[in-house]
Ligand binder design. Structure first.
Ligand code: ZN
Length: 59
């Protein structure tokens, strides 16, 4: 069965909490996701993965 790409990682700007889908690259048969270089809304370069953000918020 063909492999299925996982859902893209999402990243949250730690300043304004905007959510971005990570940019995807495909190498060595694996998909890699990376956070945006900077937030389009506030120019922050600090991002956390969405899952970590949710865990952090919900405690
Ligand atoms: Zn931001």
């Amino acid at each position: 069965m063909a492999h299925t790409p996982e859902l893209p990682d999402r990243y949250v700007c730690t300043d304004c909490h905007a959510v971005y889908v990570g940019s995807v690259t495909h190498e060595d048969g694996l998909y890699h996701y990376s956070a945006p270089d900077e937030c389009a809304a506030c120019d922050s370069t600090e991002f956390v993965q969405f899952d970590q953000y949710v865990n952090h918020v919900l405690g």
